[in-house]
Design a protein around this ligand. Structure first.
Ligand SMILES: [Zn+2]
Length: 569
């Protein structure tokens, strides 16, 4: 393996300060967007796969169709519709520098709904992302903008409500704006993890201690912990709770004290979309993948650029080589100031003889351009892809499975998080017939062999290339099977006079559905999508009479299925 070292300075993003800066968020300028009391199903700073949750999930009593009002005066600056993410979403820009966002909506108010439909027909696309100038859709505080729903990536009905800085577009902690949300319950602290700071976080298993609350303080059962190492770092598994809701919420801030002096803290109130992926560096991602537990770290990994850490006198690495017992206190706080405290003592284990040597032969570093190449596999990771160094392992396993045009390449460990994606180049080991050249995919499974991540592959001088976000087990396969179309309420020559809509389930076994197109009598027809169901709701575009509906569904390597139905309306 070749390594190229670039003189790039990767310093963790730690701000030197005496205390946290006080956030200047205006109080009581935003109203509750709903007409029912504000109860949350999710809050700011929750750890989600690959991002922080940065809105307030407003409960809608399990219902859809509740009126959603502008939280303050301003204008509708953006509307977007998607099958994923926020689904149907409205953005309202306010004159004081904030933008509010309302997601997972069922539909917009009638004026917007009409405008959006015109745009969808003009663009021949159900999914749209429309931006508006100030004069077009002005709103007063409390004006009806939409109806709540469960669109996009959701488990159930709710409104995702965000307050953003208009200029930076950073979502801010909505709990800090004086909204009427009752919370006098302190966070629960479940466990803590101790890390050896002389070793990469990805090349160790932390010492994990369960915590019990006794006379108001969380502590491990042994009050003095003996640690096998000279330098120690801390992680905390905690969740917040609020009154009148069973939901669990993210932590607002934590501060580490050593022998009574503040060392380091983090605070979650302003995280940009380009930074939110660093959630995988703020937490111990590998331990999460192995145990399902999220430990938030009280130190910043070398590749972590999240600007949430404040140095009050230390960087989170505690040197215990003096052999003395040190008092550790960790304060865990929610956005309402409810506080929990963890306290214990830690001392270097007198029997500790030093760490085992790491295998440095295949180390990949945070600030290097890490290159791997042999006759069958080539890739490189740009500097800043990794959050901490790793020992990279490689193995090739042959397979006789039909449809495979290569062995299985086991590249590294899929439990290692990455900031940037990378181009993986694989060389086929069996001849791929010319007729299948545009049907080739690279398939990734995680290191446990589960999950399937299929990408259409491009040819480049005899190699196949596709982009991935993680290591894992890779192979070259082909996808020749067209998507499956399952009609849910239509068959040929049916009378649909009494039907409200036309629905199909669509799916693809391998590379996935890339696009679909419905045409009524030769003209594009608006089919919406909810997960794997597409639907047309009868409207003026389908007047009474005889009609022909043609549906085309295409997968990521251009396999196509076409269905044609004649029906009466
Ligand atoms: Zn949400």
């Amino acid at each position: 393996m070749k390594k190229i070292f670039l003189l790039l300075l990767f310093l963790p993003q730690i701000i030197f300060a005496q205390t946290f800066p006080s956030p200047h968020f205006p109080q009581n300028v935003f109203r509750n967007p709903l007409d029912i009391p504000m109860l949350l199903a999710g809050g700011y700073g929750e750890i989600r796969p690959g991002h922080f949750h940065e809105g307030l999930d407003l409960k809608t009593e399990g219902r859809i169709g509740l009126p959603v009002h502008a939280a303050a005066a301003g204008y509708i600056s953006r509307i977007s519709i998607s099958n994923t993410g926020f689904g149907h979403v409205v953005y309202v820009t306010h004159p004081d520098g904030f933008t509010t966002v309302y997601g997972h909506l069922n539909r917009f108010n009638p004026a917007l709904e009409n405008y959006v439909k015109q745009q969808q027909y003009a663009k021949e696309s159900w999914a749209v992302d429309l931006k508006f100038p100030p004069g077009m859709f002005p709103v007063k505080q409390g004006q009806l903008i939409a109806y709540s729903g469960a669109t996009g990536s959701v488990a159930g009905p709710h409104v995702h409500f965000e307050i953003r800085n208009t200029l930076s577009e950073h979502p801010l902690n909505g709990l800090l704006f004086g909204l009427n949300i009752k919370d006098n319950i302190p966070p629960t602290v479940y466990r803590m993890a101790l890390y050896n700071m002389d070793r990469s976080i990805y090349e160790q298993n932390p010492d994990v201690y369960g915590l019990q609350k006794e006379s108001g303080i969380y502590a491990p059962s042994k009050k003095l912990i003996l640690f096998n190492g000279d330098k120690i770092g801390f992680g905390v598994q905690a969740l917040d709770h609020m009154n009148n809701t069973s939901g669990t919420f993210g932590i607002y801030e934590e501060i580490l004290y050593v022998d009574g002096k503040p060392q380091i803290g983090f605070r979650l109130n302003n995280i940009g979309y380009e930074e939110t992926r660093y959630v995988d560096a703020h937490t111990d991602y590998k331990t999460f993948k192995e145990t399902g537990r999220h430990f938030e770290l009280l130190f910043s990994l070398p590749g972590n650029k999240l600007p949430i850490y404040y140095n009050f006198g230390g960087n989170g690495t505690l040197d215990i080589s003096d052999g003395k017992a040190h008092t550790i206190k960790i304060i865990v706080r929610d956005a309402d100031g409810n506080t929990s405290t963890v306290q214990f003592e830690v001392q270097k284990n007198p029997t500790f003889k030093g760490l085992e040597k790491m295998n440095y032969a295949n180390t990949m570093y945070v600030s290097s351009r890490n290159i791997f190449e042999n006759n069958h596999v080539q890739f490189y990771l740009e500097p800043g892809t990794l959050y901490d160094s790793i020992c990279f392992h490689y193995q090739q396993v042959s397979t006789d499975k039909p449809g495979f045009h290569s062995g299985i390449f086991q590249l590294g460990n899929s439990d290692i998080p990455m900031y940037h994606s990378f181009n993986l180049n694989l060389k086929p080991q069996k001849t791929i017939p010319e007729s299948l050249h545009n049907k080739v995919v690279i398939v990734r499974r995680d290191s446990r062999g589960s999950g399937e991540d299929v990408r259409a592959a491009k040819w480049d001088r005899g190699w196949l290339v596709a982009r991935f976000n993680n290591f894992g087990n890779f192979s070259i396969q082909t996808d020749t099977i067209p998507p499956v179309i399952t009609p849910l309420n239509i068959h040929d020559n049916v009378d649909l006079s009494k039907a409200a809509d036309i629905r199909f389930r669509i799916g693809d076994n391998k590379s996935g559905v890339a696009s679909y197109r419905g045409e009524l009598d030769g003209k594009w027809l608006l089919f919406g999508q909810k997960r794997n169901v597409i639907y047309y709701t009868f409207d003026e575009h389908c007047p009474p009479g005889e009609h022909t509906l043609k549906l085309t569904v295409t997968d990521a390597v251009s396999n196509q299925s076409v269905r044609i139905y004649h029906f009466k309306r």
